[in-house]
Design a protein around this ligand. Sequence first.
Ligand code: NAD
Length: 498
Amino acid sequence: MQTLGHLINGRVDLTAERTQDVYNPSTGAVSKKLALASKATVEAAIAAADAAFPAWRDTPPIKRARIMFRFKELLEQNADHIAALIGEEHGKIVHDALGELQRGIENVEYACGVPELLKGEHTKNVGPNIDCWSEFQPLGVVVGITPFNFPVMVPLWMIPMAIASGNCFVLKPSERDPSSTLYIAQLLQEAGLPNGVLNVVQGDKLAVDTLIRDSRVQAVSFVGSTPIAEYIYQVATTHGKRCQALGGAKNHAIVMPDADLDNAANQLLGAAFGSSGERCMALSVAVAVGDATADLLVQKLQAAMKNLKVGPCHDKSNDFGPLITRAHQAKVVGYINSAEADGAKVVVDGREASVEGYEEGFYVGGTLIDHVTRKMDSYRDEIFGPVLQIVRVQTMQEAMELIDAHEYGNGTCIFTRDGEAARYFSDRIKVGMVGINVPLPVPVAYHSFGGWKRSLFGDLHAYGPDAVRFYTRRKTVTQRWPSSGVREGVEFSMPTMK
Ligand code: NAD
């Protein structure tokens, strides 16, 4: 059986004191072994990045950008292979995996503009013969720690802009689906990246704990669940590092009485069940305003869900695939059980889903639960499965209060034909990413991605303009070249331009 290793200083390293099984969730079988990094292996990766930094920081931005252009081409040329690798270990359907890759590539395209993005600010004559400029210098060694649900896209939120800005990078991907992440790192190497600029360490808590404490590491980007995000943020910042830690979510869609309900139902289906609901922007709660709206919406969803098809990742006729692990499958079923026990009504039940020929796969079918209330665990917690819950309210204000009161604030959406209501909603709602008749308002690569409340610890969002700021530090230089022979007198008061 193949063992996957680390990428350190341009070479695959299979050093492992411990290994972990990697599963194919479509079949439920173990497909590979993963080497788990020891402290020494992580330190070797940091040392490689640290050693590569002086030359890389001095490499002209246009040369760094050219590597990004080649990387983009290689990602496109190998798209089918990358999508297959994602599917085999994550379980997502091949066209969904291709969509993930495309959103990742758009971040590479953004980083191709790095010479323009790093130009800085300049003012001539701030005083007699005095000029002033601000420049954006790379930080040094920066670290990324990524989740299982987007093994290609989320690393591409971080790596392109971090290294195009002149930093060296150590990535710790999810240990549950590491192959596609390792493969794209090797493509970047093939695109001409010097050894040591990007290193990948496979591992678990031990690797993470080493990375977020090491004094050579300047900044940490994390994406994952909220408890771990909070932990990473606290430890990394205590150790003097810049940190952005993106956490979990519970994304609500308000369905107004005036909405086009056929359209809303279709959009909800894709946004709730796509990728088996294992997206941090999945719409997992529909807040229906008025009982008549709720009744009609449930009726339409129930009818449409008869056609939902769950099955293995390689079958393009499926709408979504299995969950990531057997333990996660049990957790999702547990939440459906608890909602039912708490008095909610399971309208469409995916608990018994079984796929012929794939009986050991980690499947849960699309599930619709009505009459969910804010006190239920299934409402409060992130389920991260193909479960759409309906909460009934009487007014838009009540719907907004519900959303604002939730601990997460990643994404939200309103379905309505009323521009005034939509404008009020997008202005006031306490959520970082808002859709108006757009169910998955994931910002494009030239905006930035981030939630509010306990969906993000730190100030700067991921990718886009915020990534340029996150991966650089500002230096402001004031210079004077006195005319020859002119000597300035002694000046004890604060210099001003009166
Ligand atoms: P996770 O928090 O379990 O793991 C994320 C990373 O942290 C992995 O690399 C993992 O190895 C590491 N990790 C796990 N436990 C750790 C510990 N105790 N100490 C140190 N490191 C640890 O998340 P996951 O299950 O891989 O991903 C799903 C979660 O990620 C969901 O909550 C989802 O909402 C969230 N997510 C958020 C965003 C966002 O942009 N806000 C994007 C994608 C996923």
